[in-house]
Design a protein around this ligand. Structure first.
Ligand SMILES: Cc1ncc(C[n+]2csc(CCOP(=O)(O)OP(=O)(O)O)c2C)c(N)n1
Ligand SMILES: O=C1C[C@@H](O)[C@H](O)[C@@H](O)C1=O
Ligand SMILES: [Mg+2]
Length: 644
């Protein structure tokens, strides 16, 4: 047996360079690059290996481990899981910082390879700097925290373990039904230990991403179910994008006269103008999709996990005859809601189902309903585009909570922009093929409802974990994936403050991203949530501590985000009017460096719900009658919801 003498870290880098995926006959390198933040836990092992011979891996320098790992997740998502980035961190806090991003990857089923440094396998110098000593179990380290958020977890305590660890890592990363974060913990001494690896470990490996074929019996059951239904609705989930099944779904919808709603992950698989595209569905869905869903007698979920946001906590579908048909490559998701299942790749399943259903001459019973629902939403959308603060009798979309704050905000910030008019303008002004990136706050709701995707795969929303701080990191990852397109991070002030460190990395790399920062001086959506359920405004507006009350009910905090980002070398703009917004977006397009547009938007001017409900934990008893009322309301809605 021929062997090659390498350290564990050198062998790992050599191995990663030899991994390919094949999808529909097309081969591509699987690992594009690696984000690094070096510390004592990885610099002399993995760092040395990368300095000596990175192969074709592009080596990036992150700013915050969570940020860089989120950039890697966004890269994998935008690449539809056909190519990934790896991330290496030091031991202890560097590793812990990646745990959140691992969770984001696993919640969204997006592949990412995380390589945190670990404490010494030999234990000789213990406790090393940043080691937590668990007196009851010396094998437990910070990296065990990744177990709860990874789809595969391993610790390489001897160099030869690297081989089985990495083969399993690749198995999970390339499995469409079970992909997510893969964490391989690397003790710092082991990274530098030498071993004679068999040459065959480094041979080129091609991992075929198989399209699972639907079975004849699954198809038969599905056809039987559909045949008896008059008002089916399709849910277009993220699986449609990952399986590249958009054309098949379009044809299926057209042929059988079946409308479809979009989840956050599925949105922009098909352009918004398509006659059967109802737009966003669920808690953050629009009027058209939710009206049709309410009446539907069959829900056909394609590549969806049926999250609470998609099903409005299982209360959206009110037709007493409603049944579920699920097409999903994952058996786990297919089993939900007692659905009739086709456990298969979305594209193959839709193609096969089309053939079988066509034989029956099936066509749904819709006549004018799809068009009427779309027209009603179009009229509402036009109204939202034109919500102007200065109009007489102005009432914000989320009215009756903090109406008095609007004049206060206007006076202090000098802006009378509403969030819905800004979104409308941005939608018109940016290029058709530009990609928007979002994750948290009120924007995902507004965008799922209001955003018109003109080109496929231009809507990138992380709403499996809805992790604040993803937006800017994610925009960097998307830009690395699609360098020729303009990328816009759509971010609230709260989320921007939580994490925007990779904005500096975008400057360093010359990877231009555009930040559209919606500053409403609040954790706005959470303020809506608490006040909408009977609470007061508590801990969610950005106000100074008031010495008179001792509470956070002083004046609003006005932050000059543009000025802070300018210090990084970002081209910035301050926007208080629609004219300024237009000018800023046009100018930003001409820039080669990253840009940030600091947009002051009036609180409470985001969209409100349409025909939907969200099950949230409300206090069962309180001295506040409004909370009692909210609790009763919850109980009533719960009666209308499926139990599981
Ligand atoms: C990491 C993380 N922490 C907490 C939350 C809970 N959370 C969701 S939205 C939100 C406030 C977002 O505020 P902002 O970004 O300003 O958006 P807005 O709702 O004001 O539009 C919070 C705290 C979260 N989603 N992610
Ligand atoms: O708690 C939350 C409420 C949602 O409205 C928001 O979009 C999301 O970020 C979140 O975490
Ligand atoms: Mg905010």
């Amino acid at each position: 047996m021929k062997t090659m003498r390498f350290t564990t870290a050198q062998a790992l880098i050599k191995f990663l360079n030899q991994q390919y995926v094949e999808f529909d006959g097309k081969q591509e390198k699987f690992v594009k690059g690696i984000f690094t933040i070096f510390g004592h836990g990885n610099v002399l092992g993995l760092g040395q290996a990368l300095e000596e011979d990175p192969g074709e891996l592009e080596v990036y320098q992150g700013r915050n481990e969570q940020g860089m790992a989120h950039a890697a997740v966004a890269f994998g998502k935008q690449k539809h899981r056909k190519q990934i980035m790896a991330c290496t961190s030091s031991v202890g806090p560097g590793a812990a910082n990646m745990v959140t991003a691992a969770a984001t990857a696993s919640a969204n089923n997006i592949p990412v390879l995380l390589l945190p440094g670990d404490t010494f396998a030999t234990r000789q110098p213990d406790p090393v700097l940043q080691q937590i000593e668990h007196y009851h179990d010396l094998t437990v380290t910070t990296n065990d925290a990744f177990r709860a958020v990874s789809k595969y977890w391993d610790r390489v305590s001897r160099p030869e373990q690297l081989m089985t660890a990495m083969i399993n890592a690749m198995r999970v990363l390339t499995d469409p039904a079970d992909t997510g974060a893969v964490t391989i913990a690397l003790p710092q001494d082991v990274q530098g230990e030498v071993y004679d690896f068999p040459e065959y470990f480094f041979k080129k490996r091609v991992h075929r991403i198989e399209r699972r074929v639907p079975t004849a019996s699954d198809l038969k059951d599905a056809v039987e179910l559909i045949k008896g239904k008059k008002k089916p609705v399709i849910i277009c989930g993220g699986g449609v994008r990952y399986s590249e099944a958009a054309d098949s779904l379009k044809r299926f919808a057209e042929k059988f006269n079946i409308p479809f709603g979009e989840t956050q992950a599925g949105k922009s698989a098909i352009e918004s103008t398509h006659a059967y595209n109802l737009g966003g569905i669920g808690v953050t869905g629009n009027l058209a999709a939710n009206l049709i869903a309410k009446e539907a007698d069959l829900v056909i979920g394609v590549g969806t996990r049926y999250s609470d946001f998609t099903t409005a906590s299982k209360q959206l579908f009110q037709n007493s005859e409603v049944d579920f048909l699920t097409i999903n490559v994952s058996e786990y998701h297919a089993y939900k809601l007692d659905a009739v299942k086709i456990v298969a790749d979305a594209k193959l399943a839709l193609l096969a189902l089309e053939i079988e259903l066509e034989k029956t001459g099936y066509r749904s019973g819709y006549t004018h309903e799809i068009e009427s629902a779309k027209d009603a939403w179009k009229a509402e959308l036009n109204r939202l585009y034109q919500v102007r603060y200065k109009d007489e009798g102005f009432k914000p979309e989320v009215a009756g909570h903090l109406d008095e704050v609007l004049p206060e905000f206007y006076e202090k910030f000098g802006s009378c922009l509403t969030q819905t008019e800004v979104i409308g303008q941005v939608n018109q002004l940016i290029d058709e093929d530009a990609i928007i990136v979002g994750a948290s706050g009120s924007l995902p709701g507004d965008l799922q409802r209001m955003w018109e995707s003109r080109r496929p795969n231009t809507y990138h929303m992380e709403y499996g974990y809805s992790c604040m701080g993803y937006e800017i990191s994610g925009a960097l990852g998307v830009k690395i994936a699609e360098p020729d397109k303009e990328v816009y991070a759509m971010v609230g002030d709260g989320s921007y403050l939580m994490l925007h460190s990779e904005l500096v990395t975008s400057i360093q790399e010359g990877k231009k991203i555009n930040v559209l920062l919606f500053d409403n001086a609040a954790f706005g959506c959470i303020n809506n949530l608490q006040m909408g359920n009977g609470m007061g405004s508590f801990g969610t507006e950005f106000r100074y501590r008031n010495p008179e009350t001792g509470r956070l009910d002083g004046g609003l905090m006005k932050i000059d985000f543009a000025q802070s980002a300018a210090g990084y070398g970002v081209k910035t703009y301050k926007v208080n009017t629609l004219e300024e917004l237009q000018g800023a977006i046009e100018d930003a397009k001409k820039q080669t460096v990253s840009t940030l547009i600091d947009i002051k938007v009036l609180p409470k001017t985001m969209t409100n719900g349409y025909e939907s409900w969200w099950h949230v934990g409300i206090a069962g008893t309180s001295i506040n009658p409004k909370i009692k009322e909210a609790y009763l309301n919850k109980e009533n809605n719960l009666k209308k919801a499926r139990k599981y």
